[in-house]
Design a protein around this ligand. Structure first.
Ligand code: UD1
Length: 420
């Protein structure tokens, strides 16, 4: 199992190109199932998670391959088996995003229940409620979701009000509704930029969608979607992670090809921490030369501060001046990085879903364990701030969601070594 050896050696300087967004690429790759013909997606990041979707599609009989470093060509007309097996779904919960497209296009799906994960229970009840509202019959059997379209084979447009704001639930139902008969109205929809990206991709395939990016999305079902070529948006969480690294360690970093307009909540927090932010076209420069101030955060659905940035901001706060109160409102168990940060010398108290972080003058390198994707990124940032060497174990989490993170950081002057 690979490990990362991080040696703190001062400010980061230079430019880093931001990759395609993992959380947009995953549903977009799944949307290929809706089309009985070839589709091409560009700017798809090279990640273990995109590889998992490729395997999932291949296992269904779909022709899906990475034909260039960042290009996928997929043809779902060869689908033979609308099944997502447990062994793949358990490695990546987002596999459940094949459910909506499968029922919509192939009238039937058997998808393993994802189960809980390190950061919380993460039920999929809203995905299933949405599909049932569209007329599907949903049964749970031997750990699998079995969903069937009504007689005639097409889902039926409906009004769906989600009980909670769910990104994956909104994406699953949005995809399913594109091929339903009649109109679907999704209320209390998630407003994340990745949902807008998915909607734009579906529109390029011929779907009729309005309101993506607001809490009410309207979909007028069409009989077929057609071939298209679509470029995935760039990754606001990866961009935010490099910005946090620059803020925590100091220096000046330019984020090239960043999704500028979707990063307001993150950039506001970095300004509050004492960073200078400059935006020029699709590039963001971030510099921190003065002191770093502790900043309090409360995670909430977009456009508020994202849960996927909580751990990286905490890595900044542990070396900042003052005390920060950080509340996690989306997932019930997303503070596992706290005990690892403490091993590096951080001072943090956790009560329920709130962490009180008292900034310390200096962290000291130690061996730590990555517990989930964003927690891993948090430990890399903390390792860059610490004196001496930090060994991060279980970095397979990092490889699920960050493209060549150590090479990118080395390009900014960091000292990092992958140990196989
Ligand atoms: C997506 C992102 C993930 C991010 C999260 C929140 C992808 C691949 N993953 O995950 O990186 O951290 O959004 O921004 O895009 N919930 C239910 N019932 C459901 C669905 C969700 O109760 O049927 C709850 C969840 O347990 C959680 C909250 O709703 O507490 C938000 O989850 P959701 O937005 O669905 O997250 P994901 O789509 O899994």
């Amino acid at each position: 199992m690979d490990k990362l050896l991080v040696t703190g050696n001062g400010p980061l300087r230079g430019a880093v190109r931001i990759s395609g967004a993992k959380n947009a690429a995953l549903p977009i790759l799944c949307s290929s199932i809706l089309v009985k013909g070839p589709v091409t997606f560009n700017n798809v990041p090279q990640l273990n998670d995109t590889r998992t979707i490729e395997r999932l599609l291949n296992r269904m009989g779909i022709t899906a391959a990475r034909t260039e470093t960042h290009r996928f060509e997929i043809d779902a007309s060869t689908l033979t088996s609308p099944v997502a097996d447990y062994d793949l779904v358990k490695t990546m919960r987002a596999s459940v995003l094949v459910l909506g497209p499968l029922v919509a296009r192939w009238s039937e799906a058997r998808v393993s229940l994802p189960g809980g994960c390190a950061i919380g229970q993460r039920p999929v009840d809203q995905h299933l409620k949405g599909l049932e509202a569209l007329g599907a019959t949903v049964t749970l059997d031997s750990g699998y979701i079995h969903a069937k379209a009504p007689a005639g084979g097409r889902l039926k447009g409906a009004r769906i009000v989600f009980d909670v704001v769910t990104v994956g639930g909104t994406e699953n139902i949005l995809m399913a509704a594109t091929l339903a008969t009649g109109t679907t109205i999704i209320e209390n929809a998630a407003r994340e930029p990745e949902i807008v990206d998915l909607a734009n991709c579906l529109i390029a395939m011929g779907a009729q969608i309005s309101g993506a990016g607001t809490d009410t999305i309207t979909v007028v079902g069409v009989e077929n979607l057609h071939s298209a070529t679509y470029r995935v948006m760039s990754d606001r969480i990866e961009a935010g992670t490099f910005a946090c690294a620059a803020a925590a360690v100091g220096g000046e970093v330019t984020l090239l090809d960043a999704p500028v307009t979707s990063m307001e909540a993150i950039l506001d927090k970095l300004r509050e921490a004492g960073c200078t932010i400059g935006v020029s076209g699709q590039n963001i420069s971030i510099s921190r030369t003065g002191s770093l101030k502790a900043i309090s955060t409360k995670t909430a659905p977009y456009p508020a501060f994202p849960t996927d940035m909580q751990a990286q901001i905490m890595a900044m706060n542990v070396v900042a001046e003052g005390t920060a109160v950080m509340t996690e409102n989306i997932f019930e168990n997303r503070m596992m990085h706290v005990s690892e940060l403490t091993r590096l010398g951080a001072s943090i108290e956790v009560t329920g879903n709130t962490a009180i972080v008292h900034g310390v003058k200096q962290l000291k390198g130690a061996t730590v364990m990555a517990t989930d994707l964003r927690a891993s990124a948090c430990l890399v940032i903390a390792g860059l701030c610490a004196s001496g060497q930090t060994m991060i174990d279980r970095i397979y989490h990092l490889d699920r969601g960050y493209e060549h993170i150590e090479d990118k950081l080395i390009g900014l002057g960091a000292t990092i070594e992958r140990i196989s």
